[in-house]
Write a protein that binds this ligand. Sequence first.
Ligand SMILES: Cc1ncc(COP(=O)(O)O)c(C=O)c1O
Length: 358
Amino acid sequence: MYEKELKAIKKANRFRNREIFSESLLDFASNDYLGLSENRMLLKRAYEKVSSYKYHSPKASMLVNGYHPIHNEFESYISKLCGFEESLVVGSGYLANIALIESLVRKDDILVLDSEFHASGIMASKLTKGKVSYFKHNNPFELDNLLKTLKYKRAIVCVEGVYSMEGDLVKPKIFEVVDRYKALLIVDEAHSSGTVGKNFLGVFDFYDIKPQKNHIKMATLGKAMGSYGAYIQGSSEIIEYLLNRAKSIIYTTAPSVFDIALAYEGYKYIQENKKSFLEKRDEIFRLVEKSFVSRQESLILKIEYGDNQKVLDLKELALREGFLIGAIRPPTVKKAIVRIILRLNSDMENFRKLFSLF
Ligand SMILES: Cc1ncc(COP(=O)(O)O)c(C=O)c1O
């Protein structure tokens, strides 16, 4: 039934498949930035925590009786830690972005997205009744111009804390522009939460920005936190509104209790060990600077080649040497890149060996 479509995908060289990689490969490709997905102690702690309750699964939507004490405890912990009024656990980052955009952007409002915003935001933009506009990647001047010239009741701006392919951080000037126009700002911290800032809490922490009523943060738990799921943070009004209007929060089973417990243990572990994580991050950044003469802002290292075959060859070469890395090509990125995740649990010697291949 879909033969033609599949043929077209193959013809365009865009056919993809899942693969199970050998556990013996050194992983420099996944989003497990801190190596928490290998940490057995966190697994055990989460298991013990969940086991102390009668129910280990949510059983229903949060608004029926799927809201578990572990969800609630984690939300309170994370609100205090990040300085937001309230937090709300969500099944995944994809669902969270759909929830935010679909419910917050009403008729007469405008949604303004960074041109490199995640696919979930693009998908959600098709569900709103508001107008949709894009600004040039990480360009506060263009954003300023749009907010100045367009007509709207409310403006909702979407950016990422760290952009997943380029590895660059959202510019602090974007916060200034948004605040000046009293727009709502949604910061997707999928790749910045757990990786940047002196407390590993993301870009608010990195720039020392105290969350305001117009700031909304979305963070995922399936990357640096070594679990699965997501949460949204904002003012009590925004969280209350989402609970009453966001379909992908209301009409879905509450997030997995175990995954939230695991992420909760992950957060506590990072806070307990942030000094050694910081030292390792600095050491890796120094090595990147020495090896590639480039300053590193995040744990995503991008090496641009602009040649599709070259990046595929490099990926193969790395694989033969036992390293798993990313070879990202257009249309995902404008020019072909090698993408290396600087996972903090990797040995410095392995970083040296890997970097010597480029
Ligand atoms: C920037 C960004 N936002 C949102 C998501 C979706 O999050 P999740 O995997 O939890 O659905 C991802 C990737 O997975 C992402 O990279």
